[in-house]
Write a protein that binds this ligand. Structure first.
Ligand code: HEM
Length: 239
């Protein structure tokens, strides 16, 4: 029942994510152009083969840079910020890298007591330099296309070594659905419109339940992501 309740709560989270996807590529028109070229290439190949121009899930998955941009967005802007767990026994949490405790002790594992609350920070892992490289704080979809970087990554979670959909037995059961929703929305919008953002607007990541975009100085208006949307010349020609 709890799983069904949380299913209901998650249904709109992937559409919020598509909105944020636009946010990340907004500042990179050259990346929107690369995505557009991949979409056109797949569409042309389908038409040349006498197939329907509508995209299948295989078509969406076949576009490397398009998917790299989605992965990079999910990495940098995970909508769920933390995971909370409660331990069912005294135990230790093993660490891949030692940490320094508040008393200055170097810890190779963290002891936990039965009933203790453990908070897992998705944003920290998703930007961990030892997993993602020195540019972990920077938008760089190429990292998902370079085998060298991928080899350095830990193997974690249900999708592309990201913690965004959590990991293990309680990982997100809607991740594939969410991904296809994002792929369909982006592949539908990018050929029609050019997206950009006014560089004078300061947008930052705020935690409001989940991670949401917020305009600095306009917090009272709630979460928002003001976009400039221009019809593409090619889409006007087609109309
Ligand atoms: C980008 C969109 C999404 C993200 C980032 C996301 C992320 C997550 C995360 C991090 C969890 C683990 C929460 C926890 O353990 O505390 C989770 C669980 C869950 N997600 Fe998603 N989710 C997304 C979309 C969806 C969609 C579209 C559905 C359903 C259609 C869905 C259904 C669920 C359900 C039912 C759980 C609970 C699983 C369980 O506790 O066993 N999610 N999701």
């Amino acid at each position: 029942m709890a799983r069904l309740d949380s299913l209901k709560n998650r249904l709109d989270s992937s559409t919020s994510r598509s909105r944020a996807e636009s946010c990340a590529t907004l500042r990179h028109p050259e990346h929107q152009q690369r995505i557009l070229e991949e979409i056109h290439a797949v569409k042309s190949a389908k038409l040349d083969a006498g197939e329907d121009a509508g995209f299948t899930s295989h078509d969406y998955d076949s576009m490397p840079f398009f998917n790299a941009c989605i992965k990079e967005t999910l990495r940098m802007y995970p909508i769920v910020v933390t995971l909370a767990r409660c331990t069912d026994r005294d135990d230790v949490i093993p660490l891949s890298e030692p940490v320094i405790s508040t008393s200055g002790e170097k810890l190779a594992h963290i002891p936990v007591k039965k009933g203790q609350r453990v908070i897992i920070d998705i944003t920290s892992y998703n930007r961990l330099k030892s997993a993602w490289g020195e540019d972990a704080d920077k938008w760089n979809p190429e990292r998902f296309l370079q085998p060298k970087t991928l080899q350095q990554m830990t193997s974690l979670g249900v999708y592309s070594n990201l913690l965004t959909f959590s990991a293990g037995v309680r990982a997100c059961i809607g991740w594939r659905f969410a991904l296809q929703e994002m792929q369909a929305i982006i592949a539908g919008l990018i050929p029609m419109f050019e997206f950009s953002i006014d560089p004078t607007i300061d947008i930052y990541r705020a935690q409001l339940g989940g991670m949401v975009p917020m305009v600095r100085g306009k917090e009272a208006e709630g979460s928002q992501l003001p976009l400039k949307v221009k019809p593409r010349a090619s889409s006007l020609n087609e109309a």
